[in-house]
Design a protein around this ligand. Sequence first.
Ligand SMILES: [Zn+2]
Length: 175
Amino acid sequence: MKEKRHCPYCGMLLVQKWIGGRNRLICAACNQTIYENPTPASCLVVLNDRRDVLLVKRNVAPKSGFWCLPGGFIEMGEHPEEAALRELREETGITGVIDRLIGVRTNPSRQYGAVLLVGYLVTRYSGAPSPGDDASETAFFQLTALPEIAFDSHEKFIRDIDTGNLPPAFPKSIS
Ligand SMILES: [Zn+2]
């Protein structure tokens, strides 16, 4: 991850200081602490009616040329489900419906330090996948014949579906 050198609020130099049990960056001029957190993203395990999983071959860094789940970063004001479904449309051209949460993981990232990833299952969708943004290919793969997956957390979400290792599903409204 690139080191931040200047305060994003006043432009003065940042310094290291021990705050709240960690070494953090703080602005020597305006006293603003710069908190570093994982960057939120969401992704989808999309299964067809044969329980094959939809993968996207990346044509952007990081891991260009590797297969991964459809998904991406959550925009400000966007629900993680909306972000995942938007990325699905952008990358594969299909429109999906979220079935349920698979889980939440973090993945180390050279660029962002760490990515916090929310994984959802989709088994209902319309359209036939074709590669769009950030993708050179899209294809369904048998769970027993997966290619090398770009990110560990993506592979683990697929394994969670395969093994049924899922959090309990709660009813939508609890009243
Ligand atoms: Zn400042």
